[in-house]
Design a protein around this ligand. Structure first.
Ligand SMILES: [Zn+2]
Length: 248
């Protein structure tokens, strides 16, 4: 894929002892041009490895072998592969992720050109680093840092992953009769918790989160599948679900 290099001074050389294990999807909340100048400025102290324009143009700001400053803060992560560092702290995810920004804002529909460029970059990056192309390894920024909605709800992760991997991603059955009650919050996993596409144990498991990890949710339903007499399930911004009996 043809990329234009727009060097950002905002990065940490190398990756400590880590290699990239995942790709983090971001939204620019602005234009590709504006992001170029923002990442070129030392005042912003932020960057990403790549930026994708609405017309599919790709800019690279930081080498993949260096750590861009795109996902260094962690708050109530729902991402199952986050690396804990003990005492509720985490290894800086910048060391083991690659960040891709996308032109537009949280409420803009993604263009076909954006999907095309982003998915072909994901495929290339995944091949270079041996990263599996699935929902555990292609994650939204919000799943690491819950205080931001980035990349918003417009990006269809299943479509992006399906285009990148060349295989359709099976979707779970559509939940019927599930009343969502909105209201964000945080819970802690009591033991291993399965993250699913629907509030139902009959659909495949998307992720498994270990015990004692804080999970952010955006709301809940009281009429998911009843497990041990408890039918309350929480949902996340990405549309995933976990059973309330596994958390406290
Ligand atoms: Zn972001």
């Amino acid at each position: 894929m043809q990329t234009t290099f727009v060097k950002s001074p905002n990065f940490t050389p190398g990756r400590k002892t880590y290699t990239p294990i995942a790709i983090v999807i971001h939204i620019m909340e602005g234009s590709l041009e504006g992001t170029d100048s923002w990442f070129k400025s030392t005042e912003s102290v932020v960057s990403a490895h790549y930026g994708v324009g609405i017309d599919g143009e790709v800019h690279q700001y930081v080498l993949e072998t260096d750590s861009a400053w795109h996902a260094g803060r962690v708050n109530a992560p729902t991402w199952s592969l986050i690396k804990p560092a003990g005492n509720g702290a985490y290894i800086n995810p910048n060391y083991y992720t690659i960040g891709i920004e996308h032109e537009g804002n949280e409420n803009t529909d993604w263009s076909d050109a954006t999907y095309q460029s982003s998915s072909s970059m994901i495929r290339d990056i995944a091949q270079r680093w041996g990263i599996p192309i699935d929902r555990q390894h292609i994650v939204g920024h919000h799943e690491i840092y819950s205080l931001k909605a980035c990349p918003g709800t417009k990006v269809d992760f299943n479509k992006l992953i399906s285009m990148a991997s060349g295989t359709p991603v099976p979707l779970g059955p559509v939940a019927t009769g599930v009343n969502k009650v909105q209201g964000p919050g945080k819970v802690t996993t009591s033991a291993r918790v399965n993250i699913r596409l629907q509030p139902n144990t009959t659909v495949p498991i998307a992720n498994v989160v270990p015990g004692n990890i804080q999970l952010a949710y955006d709301g809940y339903t009281n009429n998911g599948e009843s497990v041990s007499g408890n039918s309350k399930w929480y949902y996340t911004n990405e549309g995933n679900w976990f059973w309330s009996g596994g958390v406290s």
